[in-house]
Design a protein around this ligand. Structure first.
Ligand SMILES: *Cc1c(COP(=O)(O)O)cnc(C)c1O
Length: 234
């Protein structure tokens, strides 16, 4: 996978401007309105000081992978910068549904009936209803989260009809090191047949391809914030 590690002298604002320009260019090549694609800044492992730089550069929409990291980083930033929108883009355990519903505006990782039930319960309890995406394991990879493609239509129906979740789209992370386009196309077809407008797909290395395939939300991390530290072993 290509990591677009920027030269160290580049500021967060420079990188954001470059990504916004690249998103707009991908839209133009695809014959799409640049306003139809939303940039979600994937900010896992990024410290509050650098998040504040991105906010100062005009970024308002962020995606976190872990509920606890989000709870630790975002309430203070939100207090200081009203109008931010937070997405949960990582796996969600049902026992974290309470914190997730309280913090996030959008939950992109709905992938099983038990989680739908846990979210519905918290939404009723808190009177706060995040918009939701169903995450699809589009490459049918055993190690990845997401509902299997064959079970996706049924889960979407159950999430909407039985649990009354506000399902606005689908999300996927395609396999690495292969052409992502067939996977993006499959997700787009699945969204269309379920009447869902939102398509969260595309990361630093493949957001242009995702936009060509209809992405409405691209989740870009390392191209904005630089390469992440390798996760600690163990
Ligand atoms: C980390 C992450 C991203 C961003 O990945 P980059 O390659 O750094 O752009 C996007 N989506 C999810 C779900 C992620 O975990």
């Amino acid at each position: 996978m290509t990591l677009h590690t920027p030269p160290p002298q580049d500021t967060c604002a420079d990188r954001l401007a470059a990504i916004r320009a690249a998103v707009a260019e991908a839209c133009r090549s695809a014959g799409r309105d640049p306003a139809s694609v939303t940039l979600v800044a994937a900010s896992k492992t990024v410290e509050p000081e650098r998040l504040a730089e991105a906010i100062a550069a005009g970024q308002t929409i962020f995606g976190e992978n872990r509920v606890q990291e989000g709870v630790a980083k975002w309430p203070a930033l939100r207090e200081a910068h009203p109008g931010l929108e937070l997405h949960l883009i990582g796996p969600l355990q049902s026992n974290k549904a309470r914190d997730a519903v309280a913090l996030f505006d959008v939950i992109q990782s709905v992938d099983r009936p038990s989680l739908c039930a846990a979210l519905a319960k918290e939404i009723a309890r808190q009177g706060r209803a995040p918009r939701c995406y169903v995450q699809v394991n589009i490459g049918r990879e055993p190690q990845k989260g997401g509902v299997m493609p064959d079970a996706a239509d049924a889960l979407i129906a159950e999430a909407r009809d039985r649990h009354c979740l506000d399902i606005v789209g689908l999300m996927c992370i395609p396999p690495v090191d292969v052409d992502p386009r067939p996977f993006f196309e499959e997700l787009a077809a699945m969204a269309a047949r379920n009447g869902l407008a939102g398509l969260s797909m595309g990361m630093s290395a493949d957001f242009a391809e995702a936009i060509a395939c209809g992405a409405t939300h691209v989740r870009v991390g390392s191209a904005i914030f630089g390469a992440r530290p390798a996760p600690a072993a163990g």
